[in-house]
Design a protein around this ligand. Structure first.
Ligand code: MOS
Length: 755
């Protein structure tokens, strides 16, 4: 059975909660310290683990001296490739095996003497306290035979090869018309190289795992945004059925994609628990996160644009080089957004990839689009300068009616409206188009725009909804709370659908024993779960109606005539509460499920994707102040206007959109992972040296959205977790260009690049 697509006007509940700035149902738990994170679950026999990281990029361990670590008082065990129980090898990457996509690398940790990256775990120390474990880990002394390693993207990018396998999750290259010829013939053109550095996820909660074996049954508290994949992967590595693994993950302190797969910390905590027979907690240090959780690949990109004198695009060339690791990783789909943004007859998009001896790269907020839109939207801005045209006008002139590469329809596309509203609200008309002339005292002032774009992904989700005779609802699904307000959003939907107060709804999530959910990845969770909650509530209303006792004003009514409100079903001639109906029927509760099959879901998805391009878009407006003497850039104002379909919660949505913009400002101005080109070692693995924006770096971020339901989506809804990072770095770069006349094409835009 496929997902029931419910248009907003077909939903029978009133929209009392959806769209409102409802307080988070878990707000008090989060702010009062009652919310438990993975490293906070107590066990009486709990032991603590710490990792020993390789200090070479590639080679073999010739010896590993653990004697000094073993004699430290409180050390329980030291596990190395010489004594650790073996895990099964990592499964071969296949789209049919989610457990393989969850795999962080092909390395069989602690079962091999091979070292594949600088930072790879080569030993695990288990001790009575975390301090003891970390101290003893510092005493473990491996000796290595080093082998030549390729670690420097700047030099190795020249050895990149066309990306052939493709990133099966996302879009690859494309060719339409003859972009090279059209570019050569264009009266106006730009042809620019861009680069973006490696970025790392810096969730405020570093990755942590508490692992407890009971015979062949494993209980795991894990800071994961992907319970389902991680459980599959662990089942494959430890040779136990999925059913015997329970993952509990009620609260996760941020993820950004970094907690989407099974990284070595999780695997080794489980292995250490099995080896020692103890409950084992492995809470990574920040440095440990950098060494064992892949960040976003660096990239170089070429964007060449051709246009006629009126600013109509005739050619787009967008090519990229990114890196994966020799031991795994998926190529970053850098040109995804370029498939969809501009009406242009000649398009060439392609990717090249180089394999390095580094930790595998991974998903990071809007994989592909986040860095791809930096290059594309900077180039569009530069073309506007060439044409002497307003950059919004240039974009509107090239706004496509249909998808430029595939010719398919957009299910919804309101970029024109987003720009119109944004320009008005931001005061775009006050922008003097000349570079370097707007001033605020001694500061140069610049204003820039860029387009945001993120494809919309859906997955099948299994939910149950239980209605008690007391009128209370329980929604169950193995969803994730990584900061966005998961329970609140689904509770709002269920409350509206059943016409009950929000306080009467409890959402149970974050537990693999619950009906199968979807990872909080790809901006897919909220809308995917909402589709199933809607469908389950529709079933539940029918099931309630079927119980209406003799004499009930509901008897003989069709469900379409009824409204779910005031804790029951109502017709204009009367109704009954759920309590009345269930009590009369002698029922203590009624429970329904919605369980879309993978096959039905895929059939529907394929059918849809042949017809439509589904995406969220937005217009990013940035104002900067630049110090002409020091090159210091301050973002002084921001407005994002987004086309997201229906917004469930005005407060959590605005907050999530702001988060993406903050991350985009970090990309633009300060973040970069620095890798020693001789050793492959990350040199700045801490928040002291990897500069994420802090509060003082960020002005008030104004958020606006069109709130127009997408007619093809359940409740008109899309995911919104990633779209707002896209375009953000370009908006900063374009504002800097306006303020200073300087086009910075290599992120981050540090002071030295402006002087
Ligand atoms: Mo996302 S990068 O799939 O959390």
């Amino acid at each position: 059975m496929s997902i029931d697509y419910v248009k907003p006007e077909q939903a029978t509940g009133t929209t009392r909660y959806v769209g409102q700035a409802v307080d988070r149902v878990d707000g008090t738990a989060k702010t009062s310290g009652q919310a438990r994170f993975a490293a906070e679950f107590p066990y009486p026999d709990l032991a603590h683990a710490a990792l020993v990281h390789a200090t070479i990029a590639r080679g073999r361990i010739t010896a590993i001296d653990t004697a000094a670590a073993r004699v430290v008082h409180g050390v329980v065990d030291v596990l190395t490739h010489e004594n650790a129980p073996a895990m099964k090898p990592a499964p071969k990457m296949s789209m049919l095996n989610l457990g393989s996509i969850a795999s962080s690398s092909s390395v069989n940790y602690l079962a091999t003497d091979e070292v594949h990256w600088n930072g790879q775990p080569v030993a695990v120390v288990v001790a009575e306290t975390v301090e003891t474990a970390r101290y003893a880990a510092s005493l473990v002394a491996p000796t290595y035979q080093e082998l030549p390693a390729a670690v420097d993207f700047a030099t190795e990018k020249h050895n990149a090869v066309p990306e052939k396998k493709g990133n099966p999750l996302l879009e690859g290259g494309a060719d339409k018309g003859d972009a090279t010829a059209a570019l050569a013939a264009a009266p106006v053109s730009v042809d620019l190289e861009f680069s973006t550095p490696q970025y790392n996820h810096n969730a405020i909660e570093p990755h942590a795992t508490t692992a407890v074996w009971d015979g062949d049954h494993l209980t795991l508290h894990d800071s994961t945004q992907n319970i389902g994949w991680v459980r599959k992967h662990l089942a494959q590595r430890f040779g136990v059925p999925e059913k015997s693994i329970r993952i509990l993950s009620p609260f996760v302190g941020g993820g950004f994609g970094g907690k989407g797969r099974a990284w070595p910390g999780t695997l080794l905590a489980v292995l250490a628990a099995r080896a020692t027979g103890r409950a084992v907690r492995l809470a990574l240090t920040r440095e440990g996160v950098y060494h064992t959780v892949g960040g976003r690949t660096p990239s170089t990109q070429r964007v060449a644009l051709g246009a006629d004198a009126q600013g109509r695009l005739t050619a787009i060339v967008h090519t990229s080089v990114s890196r994966i690791a020799r031991v795994g990783g998926l190529p970053e789909p850098v040109t995804t957004a370029t498939h969809h943004l501009y009406a242009v007859p000649n398009i060439h998009l392609s990717h090249e990839v180089v394999e390095l001896d580094l930790l595998t790269n991974t998903f990071m907020r809007a994989p592909g689009e986040a860095i791809g839109t930096f290059a594309l939207e900077s180039a569009i801005d530069e073309l506007a300068w060439e044409l002497g045209m307003d950059p919004i006008e240039l974009r509107l002139r090239n706004e496509p009616e249909r998808d430029p590469v595939s010719g398919k329809s957009f299910t919804q596309r309101m970029l024109r409206e987003a720009y119109a509203r944004g320009a008005e609200r931001f005061g775009w008309r006050d922008r003097d188009p000349r570079p370097g002339v707007m001033r605020d005292g001694r500061w140069l002032v610049g204003m820039g725009v860029a387009t945001a774009f993120r494809g919309s992904i859906h997955m099948p989700v299994h939910v149950t909804v239980r209605l008690g005779a007391d009128g209370k609802l329980v929604v169950r699904c193995a969803l994730h709370e990584i900061g966005m307000g998961t329970a609140t959003a689904q509770a709002q939907i269920a409350a509206d659908e059943m016409g009950v107060p929000l306080e009467s709804v409890r959402v149970e999530y974050g537990d693999s024993e619950l009906p199968r959910g979807v990872g909080a990845i790809g901006s897919a969770q909220t809308a995917s779960a909402a589709a199933s909650v809607l469908a389950a509530c529709a079933k539940l209303r029918k099931a309630v109606l079927a119980l209406a006792p003799p004499g009930s004003p509901l008897r003989g009514r069709r469900i379409e005539e009824l409204e779910a409100r005031d804790g029951g079903l109502h017709h204009r001639d009367g109704g009954q509460t759920y309590t009345e109906i269930l009590t009369a029927a002698g029922r203590d509760h009624l429970e329904v499920e919605h369980k879309p099959t993978m096959l039905g879901f895929l059939a529907r998805t394929v059918r849809d994707s042949r017809r439509w391009v589904k995406a969220t878009t937005g217009a990013q407006f940035c104002e900067v102040r630049v110090d002409p003497d020091t090159g210091e850039v301050r973002v002084s104002r921001w407005l994002g206007v987004f086309d997201l379909g229906t917004v469930i919660n005005a407060r959590t949505a605005a907050s999530q959109l702001r988060g993406g913009i903050v991350m985009g400002i970090g990309m633009a101005l300060s973040e970069q992972t620095l890798i020693d080109h001789r050793t492959g070692r990350i040199m700045n693995p801490s928040l002291a040296e990897y500069h994420v924006p802090v509060h003082a770096d960020i002005p008030h971020i104004d958020i606006d959205y069109l709130n127009e339901p997408d007619p093809t989506m359940p409740l008109g809804l899309h995911g919104i977790g990633e779209v707002s990072i896209t375009g953000a770095a370009a908006a900063v770069a374009n504002a800097v260009r306006h303020a200073t006349g300087k086009r910075v094409r290599d992120l981050p835009i540090t002071l030295d690049k402006l002087l």
